[in-house]
Design a protein around this ligand. Structure first.
Ligand SMILES: [Fe+2]
Length: 364
């Protein structure tokens, strides 16, 4: 064995503790973590805010010149083509959303923003007043509806949709969970695990994120206009030792109803750009089979698999052929209005419980 590859341990050292994992209530998990007061995002009472009900879909433009490679990639990533015209393609998952990814076919590649579903026509009209463009009817889109695009303080497009008809039911019924035998509990008796290789079928859009420059102006805009609330905030110490917030993971505040730990995040970085969008898949086996499917096809991995600390998801990040990052995730945390918002130091260790070391391309 290569002596440099292992860390020697003195015979008198205590043996390492075995790893462990368990699900604990949020209040317990966050016992030693600073809690953020709701005053941090309380500008405007909640009734004044434009009410988002969920994240709906992502919008990107891809160049016509290599559109076939994007289609092939997204099919290998586990989406389906729901509709295609000369100028656009709608990609769906198997959940109730008609589509999770809108691809405009154009001259260049461009991030066209995430899309939030709002509760009412009035909410959509109020969103319209935040920008300079008008509400547009989505005549070609599966499910229809109306959309408006505004821009956040850093110029990122942000879309709002209302009136789109969802599918009456998911197009794939919930798969029965695998029976898993552990060392003590062996419910699977006389039955075998059998799998079919293929892409990890996408269920829904889970979240997306941006790298930004001005944390405070972005935080204020998103949390004062909309019911977006931080689940976690990360800070770095400034030159005076004060805590300067640099990243936030935000969920859609639905009161007592539980919602994904984050549907959106932003993080201060050198370059401003969309960081990634993330899509939920079924379970750990389907995620892994999807990983090896993409690997076999020769696509470029970014980072994964691993398990995030904030939000707990098991992640797997990939580059699409045009350099946009997309993620498969499973097993995310759910939060509601009773879940405390946490604040802790930014650092690589806040990114993953287990994984390969985070690559620099992920942090750019
Ligand atoms: Fe993510």
């Amino acid at each position: 064995m290569d002596a440099t590859a292992t860390q020697s341990r003195d015979q008198n050292d205590a043996p390492p503790s075995a790893n462990s994992g368990k699900s604990v209530p949020a209040s317990q998990a966050m016992k030693t973590i600073e809690h953020v007061s709701p005053m941090r995002w309380a500008s405007g009472s909640s009734t004044d805010k434009i009410k988002i009900t969920k994240i709906s879909h992502m919008r990107y433009r891809h160049p016509a010149g290599n559109i076939d490679s994007i289609v092939t990639f997204l099919l290998d990533f586990g989406m389906e083509v729901v509709k295609r015209t000369d100028t656009a393609i709608w990609f769906g998952g198997y959940g109730i959303d008609q589509y999770v990814y809108y691809c405009e076919i154009g001259d260049d590649k461009k991030f066209l923003g995430g899309t939030w579903e709002v509760e009412s026509w009035e909410d959509l009209q109020r969103a319209e007043t935040l920008g300079n463009t008008k509400i547009v009817e989505l005549k070609d889109s599966p499910g229809g509806g109306h959309i408006v695009t505004v821009h956040d303080p850093e110029g990122f497009p942000v879309n709002f949709i209302y009136g789109a008809t969802p599918r009456p039911a998911p197009i794939k019924q919930p798969a029965e969970a695998l029976q898993v035998n552990d060392e003590f509990s062996k419910p699977r008796k006389g039955a075998f695990q059998r799998f079919e290789p293929g892409p990890a079928a996408v269920h829904k859009l889970g979240h997306f994120g941006l790298t930004i420059h001005d944390f405070e102006s972005q935080f204020k805009w998103y949390t004062s206009h909309f019911n977006l609330v931080p689940s976690d905030i990360l800070y770095v110490p400034d030159e005076n030792g004060n805590k300067r917030d640099v990243a936030a993971f935000l969920h859609v505040d639905l009161g007592k109803a539980y919602t994904d730990h984050h549907s959106f995040f932003f993080s201060v970085a050198k370059e401003k750009h969309v960081h990634h969008s993330s899509y939920e898949v079924h379970d750990y086996d389907s995620q892994n089979m999807g990983h090896y499917w993409l690997k076999e096809k020769g696509y470029k991995p970014v980072w994964g698999l691993g398990r995030h600390k904030l939000g707990s998801q098991i992640f797997d990040y990939w580059w699409d052929p045009n350099g946009f990052m997309v993620e498969h995730y499973i097993d995310g945390d759910l939060v509601n209005e009773d879940t405390p918002a946490g604040r802790q130091p930014a650092g690589d260790e806040s990114l993953a419980v287990w994984s390969e070391p985070v690559p620099s391309t992920f942090l750019d």
